[in-house]
Design a protein around this ligand. Structure first.
Ligand SMILES: [Fe+2]
Length: 80
């Protein structure tokens, strides 16, 4: 276990957690679009591929924010 270099201010930690949730919400929305366009009765494969890539980008954003949160001593599981 390493000691955080500089712990986040609580208000900043909350904002980062909100941003992580926004990234996951964006992921879910793009993933739902991907699933829709990939249906056999829609079959817009290139559009589905576009939204799949977009969904994967949002997950990566969430992971980067989670990593930053952890580096700064924050936690997704906020304890008061
Ligand atoms: Fe994002």
């Amino acid at each position: 276990m390493t000691t955080p270099i500089l712990k986040l201010a609580p208000a900043v930690e909350v904002l980062i957690i909100e941003q992580i949730n926004a990234e996951f919400n964006a992921f879910y929305t793009y993933q739902a679009f991907q699933a829709h366009f990939d249906r056999h009765d829609v079959a817009l494969k290139n559009t589905a591929a576009f939204f799949k890539k977009s969904a994967e980008e949002e997950i990566e954003h969430a992971r980067m924010f989670i990593s930053y949160l952890n580096k700064r001593g924050g936690s997704l599981f906020k304890r008061d």
